[in-house]
Design a binder for this molecule. Structure first.
Ligand SMILES: O=P(O)(O)OC[C@H]1O[C@](O)(COP(=O)(O)O)[C@@H](O)[C@@H]1O
Ligand SMILES: [Mg+2]
Ligand SMILES: [Mg+2]
Length: 344
């Protein structure tokens, strides 16, 4: 695709390769782009129009919502519910799946999204984003039940994220590699700026919230200790560390220059009865699909994220993703530790 291609042109061209494509998917994606442009605008002007700060309400995860969490969720719902391409949608900010109102036509896709990722950064003007995952609805399904959404990540038709940073970008995959588009505000279009994004297999950069170190399991402790030991340790080379606290921004950095991102299960999360921090259906699965399509890997440390059979809309999982060699090393350390535990 030559320089200057808009995202819409890109998708239309891609859909031409799909036998029997009807244009529904292209149109659904266009509606999603419109929503992301609106959210980019709100995020960009947040401080000017009094929409920073907390909404004083809680979501199903028990987290206090930011005003922009709620606003972004409303923007996604308003942009998608009437278009006739969805049978239903689900969000981090909604307890249950949202059926399409009866007055609107139903479509053949299901959309899951994290309307605003990195919420803890919104008030401090650090990059945040929107993450989405598109699945097929069961044939003829008018009012999808939760079970209809609980499909493994391998069933995703498309996954993408918008990042609202110094530039607003949209990165997505439909299973044919990963491409990045930058919003040209002068014409209001996403333009192809990062074709065929690929994650280097090797890297010298890791990202993890170090403040949780004392709660980590042994394999994660071992991996991070070795990175920090650098050239004086078993890795024999130095590693750099980053932590932005916005998954979208971490993944975007890794797609751009490599690295490994970890949000492992730890004793603190276990004590809260949680299986991880990040959510499978609208964080780990879409990011897993994108990272794998860019030549990287995405694991819980013990299994491939995209093969997990989901059992809850808001289930949490441990996440280790990025440069293949590093993810495989972390998985190997889990295998060894679990093996030793099994023998002990
Ligand atoms: O606050 P912590 O422990 O650094 O966690 C940061 C992580 O939490 C998240 O903010 C969770 O996502 P939401 O902001 O959508 O709830 C991730 O984007 C990020 O990677
Ligand atoms: Mg999130
Ligand atoms: Mg969120």
């Amino acid at each position: 695709m030559e320089h200057g291609t808009t995202l819409t042109q890109f998708i239309i061209e891609e859909q031409r390769q799909v036998p029997g494509a009807t244009g529904d998917f292209t149109s659904l994606l266009n509606d999603t782009l419109t929503a992301c442009k609106k959210i980019a605008c709100a995020v960009n002007r947040g401080g000017l129009i009094g929409i920073l700060g907390s909404a004083e309400t809680e979501n199903v995860q028990g987290e206090t919502q930011k005003k922009l969490d709620v606003i972004s969720n409303d923007v996604m719902v308003d942009a998608l519910e009437w278009t006739g391409h969805l049978a239903g949608m689900a969000s981090e900010e909604m307890d249950d799946p949202l059926p399409i109102p009866t007055q609107y036509p139903k479509g053949k896709y299901l959309m899951l999204f994290d309307p605003l990722d990195g919420s803890s950064n919104i008030d401090v003007n650090v990059s945040v984003g929107t993450i989405f995952s598109i699945l097929r609805a069961p044939e003829g399904c008018e009012n999808p039940a939760v079970e209809d959404f609980l499909q493994p990540g391998t069933q995703q038709v498309c996954a993408g994220y918008a990042i609202y940073g110094p530039a607003t970008m949209l990165v997505l995959t439909t299973g044919h590699g990963v491409n990045g588009f930058t919003l040209d505000r002068s014409i209001g279009e996403f333009i192809l700026s990062h074709p065929d994004m690929t994650i280097p297999e090797e890297t010298g950069e890791f990202a993890i919230n170090m403040s949780n170190q004392r709660f980590w399991e042994a394999p994660v402790k071992r991996y991070v200790d070795e990175c920090i030991a650098g050239s004086e340790g078993p890795r024999g080379r130095d590693f750099n560390m980053r932590w932005i606290a916005s998954m979208v921004a971490e993944v975007h950095r890794i797609l751009t220059r490599g690295g490994v991102f970890m949000y492992p299960l730890d004793e603190k999360l276990k004590a809260r009865g949680q299986d991880g921090k990040l959510r499978l259906m609208y964080e780990a699965n879409p990011m897993g699909f994108i990272v794998e399509q860019a030549g990287g890997a995405a694991s819980t440390g013990r299994e491939r994220i995209m093969e997990i059979k989901p059992d809850d809309l808001h289930q949490r999982v441990p996440v280790v993703l990025g440069s293949k060699q590093e993810v495989e090393r972390v998985v190997e350390y889990h295998r060894e530790a679990d093996g030793k535990q099994a023998v002990a």
